[in-house]
Write a new protein. Structure first.
Length: 498
């Protein structure tokens, strides 16, 4: 009979027989007083990478390792199997003469996927492979399911996301993505802390979600008999802290938006937002560029990064381009000259078959031209600057042109990775913009901001000139790990039930 681990879950009766046999083995072990699920501890002294990397030092030494049995090759009185732990794999050599007849017989009953502990000696086989010669093999936990032979490919893509635990078991490269994700977040914290920022935590449940144009998830608090929303941004609580004198703050946290899903979007995602008093959006550009260059270089090993078909160079200064210049350069449209009034802007949109809404102002229509003609051209890191005031309700106007704001978005491979402002700190202007957003809500725009009276009150106490920025952690991890979909960098992406 072939190894149980070689059965695919589509193999009908054979698969069911394998599951039945595994449960029979469990019942037999339990009846004999050898219930593997009663094991509570195993003292591990080394991991696979320790042994491979320090072989010269450890050759002949006694070690204790533990992990999952991934392959097993029994050849009469001896066997080889591969043990997988968190850091990789190592081969184990098991002989009946070393283990004893009874223990070897029990070893032969082990299945692919079982979790075992091994005590033995480090050595190198005649074939030159670093291995552990087992003196003792202990069953620590049973696998009552079988591992598939191939757990990737298009037909299994959704299954990989739904059963991430199996994906992590059989695809080491997937595990590496999430180790890199952890390293990226750790290094971001180190960078921000070194610059004098204080990490804080702000509420996820909010009475008035703000800081972004998005539809929130709504829930109900029973004790207060109150409808509340999950946050759509970290922005407004953090700026209250700037008002309170903390000067440099950041938060890494989960954000929730009740919107569609794509390779770039998941309803819950991770952001970092940071705010610094006495600087502006140029200060945020320097911060963004320095942070990304450092993270890419340290995690990737070099400032040049491969993403899909592109080679991205983070060693060079990031390009800077205003939205007006970008539309002029890539769409051949001088928007300021050709759309001096709202009606001219609408006519220009009609000429280019761009569908606008009645509520859209000139700035909204300029943004439609940018999204249609420009953003997919911005491959190398590019700061897209000076957005229209209509699409920037929390941003300071440019003193030289108040129809535009001191705002940038960072684009790489045609996608937005960061959004930053010279923060609006004028409470009167802020109220005016909130009222405009409220009018949009009344007209049916569910993503428009509500008026946040407490935030306006905070601004009335005085907020210093401030630069602020948000960076999408998930998209940044996608970039650094060359992952095509946001689901590839989320351990448990949102999935529709079967």
């Amino acid at each position: 009979m072939s190894e149980p681990g070689n059965h695919d879950q589509d193999s009908g009766q054979d698969f069911n027989d394998v599951l039945r046999l595994r449960r029979e083995k469990l019942a037999e072990r339990q009846a004999g007083g050898r219930d593997p699920f009663e094991t509570v501890k195993y003292d591990v002294t080394h991991h696979s990478d320790d042994i491979h990397g320090r072989f010269a030092e450890l050759e002949g030494a006694d070690v204790a390792i533990a992990g999952r049995m991934m392959t097993k090759r029994v050849m009469g009185k001896a066997a080889f199997f591969d043990l997988s732990d968190r850091n990789g794999r190592i081969q184990v050599y098991a002989r009946r003469d070393e283990l004893g007849d009874e223990a070897y017989a029990e070893f032969k009953k082990l299945d692919i996927g079982d979790i075992v502990g091994v005590k033995g000696q480090v050595f190198r086989t005649h074939m030159g492979e670093v291995s552990v010669k087992a003196a003792e093999v202990s069953l620590l936990s049973m696998s009552l399911q079988t591992l598939p032979e191939k757990f990737h490919g298009l037909k299994d893509q959704e299954l990989r996301y739904r059963q991430r635990y199996v994906d992590l078991i059989v695809n080491p490269e997937v595990r590496e993505v999430f180790f890199k994700r952890s390293a990226i977040i750790k290094k971001i914290r180190e960078f921000m802390d070194a610059r004098g920022y204080v990490e804080v935590e702000t509420p996820i449940l909010q009475l008035i979600p703000g800081g972004a144009a998005a539809r929130p998830f709504t829930t109900h608090h029973n004790a207060l008999d109150l409808d509340i929303d999950l946050r759509i941004s970290l922005e407004l609580p953090l700026k209250r802290l700037i008002v309170g004198g903390m000067e440099r703050v950041y938060e890494i946290g989960r954000v929730f938006r009740n919107e569609g899903m794509s390779v770039k979007h998941n309803p819950e995602f991770t952001m970092i937002e940071m705010y610094q008093a006495y600087t502006d959006y140029y200060g945020m550009m320097e911060l963004c560029e320095s942070l990304m260059r450092k993270i890419v270089t340290e995690v990737n090993g070099a400032p040049v990064l491969k993403y899909g078909e592109y080679e991205l160079d983070f060693s060079r200064p990031f390009a800077k381009l205003t939205m007006l210049d970008a539309v002029r350069q890539y769409a051949g449209i001088d928007f300021e000259r050709q759309a001096r009034t709202l009606e001219e802007a609408r006519e220009l949109a009609r000429q280019h078959n761009l569908a606008y809404e009645q509520r859209h102002g000139k700035g909204d229509i300029l943004n439609l031209f940018f999204e249609h003609y420009v953003e997919h051209h911005l491959i190398q890191p590019t700061f897209l600057m000076d957005h229209p005031v209509e699409i920037s309700p929390l941003t300071k106007r440019k003193p030289t042109n108040p129809d535009y704001t001191e705002r940038f978005e960072l684009f790489i491979v045609g996608r937005e990775f960061a959004n930053a402002y010279s923060e609006l700190n004028d409470p009167i202007d802020q109220r005016r913009r909130f009222m405009h957003q409220e009018a949009l809500r009344a007209a049916g725009d569910e993503e428009a901001n509500k008026i946040d009276e407490d935030f306006i009150l905070a601004l009335e106490y005085g907020m210093p000139p401030t630069g602020g920025m948000g960076i999408g952690i998930d998209r940044f991890v996608m970039l650094v790990t060359d992952s095509a979909s946001i689901r590839d960098v989320l351990l448990f992406p949102t999935m529709k039930p079967y």
